[in-house]
Design a protein around this ligand. Structure first.
Ligand code: PYC
Length: 310
């Protein structure tokens, strides 16, 4: 019987399951290549760890692996209910809080290899985690997308470690009572964005006015597996920072507090990597709380041993 040791946490409401022991052996080489091995040879592990009956749709898994880049101390591959993520901001904050909880990490800085580049995480004495993310940028500005049954929606395409379509002009109400309508709108929008030439976009991010004190904006982020992000989404906030920087709406070093649909928050800042090209290096800060430690059992006699798949 396969046994996998995990630590569960949540970052601003969004859950992360860190695999400490018993995960698939992906060999060596660049992490982008190891994700392909995960996808093609061990996808049952992904599904068994995060899908029901052990997990849930919003749960993001984090597999610790040896780093490939020589300047990194750790490597991580993030995955969700339908596939794999390039990077995950809330997941990195959860990973650091979990390693601290288990006594494997003390306050300070650590460089982490991911499939989309090296990141740096800093754990402060008060438990705040700051993640210096991969270079982020906007690749398309004010794209008009024709969404069947909805009409024209205008938004930006941006990279923050995952691909996002970011929309500020819409008539949706960003609160928990409207999750179904938000999900339906964003899901249809994503299909239209993909059909209109942006095939890689797998996250949709809607914005509205902030509600909590100090926040600059509230968001709703629909993830690739149709679950919405309970946190403000670290990679989504990085993409937002890239758009704000490109529009001259946020200065280098200035704080941007992003509020989520559930009223939790993360704070982002950026510095220019290449101002001409609109490339920024974002830093996202937040906190995570450990919610459990467990050994997951995978019984081959269990018909749902490797998760319930759509
Ligand atoms: O925080 O970057 C993030 C994230 C991506 C998907 C869910 N959370």
């Amino acid at each position: 019987m396969t046994a996998i040791r995990v630590i569960d946490s949540h970052t601003a409401g969004e859950p992360t399951r860190l695999v400490l022991e018993g995960g698939p052996e992906l060999g060596d080489g660049p992490l982008a290549r190891r994700v392909e091995r995960f996808r093609t040879q061990f996808d049952n592990y992904r599904s068994g760890i995060v899908n029901e009956p052990r997990g849930s749709d919003p749960l993001v898994g984090a597999l610790l692996v040896p780093p490939h880049r020589p300047d990194c101390q750790l490597g991580v591959i993030f995955f969700n209910n339908v596939g794999y993520l390039g990077m995950c901001g809330h997941g990195t904050i959860g990973l650091i809080a979990s390693l601290h909880h288990s006594g494997q990490l003390q306050p300070g800085s650590i460089r982490i290899d991911t499939p989309v580049g090296a990141i740096e995480a800093q754990l402060a004495e008060d438990g705040t985690v700051s993640v210096v993310n991969v270079v982020s940028y906007r690749s398309a500005h004010r794209q008009a997308v024709n969404v069947p049954g909805i009409g024209t929606v205008v938004g930006d395409v941006a990279w923050g470690g995952n691909w996002f379509f970011l929309v500020s002009e819409h008539e949706q109400t960003l609160d928990l009572a409207h999750v179904e309508a938000l999900t339906d709108f964003s899901w249809r929008l994503r299909a239209a964005v993909n059909a209109q030439g942006y095939a890689l976009v797998d996250h949709v991010e809607l914005f509205s006015a902030a509600r909590i004190p100090g926040a600059h904006s509230r968001n709703f982020v629909l993830c690739p597996g149709k679950a919405y992000d309970r946190s403000p989404c670290g990679t989504g906030t990085s993409a937002k920072l890239a758009c704000l920087a490109a529009d001259g709406k946020l200065a280098e070093g200035e704080a941007w507090m992003q509020e989520s649909l559930i009223g939790s928050s993360m704070t982002g800042r950026y510095r220019w990597q290449d101002r001409e090209r609109g490339a920024i290096i974002p830093t996202i800060s937040g906190t995570a709380h450990v919610t459990g430690e467990a050994t997951l059992h995978f019984d081959p006699r269990d018909p749902f041993c490797w998760g319930i798949r759509a």
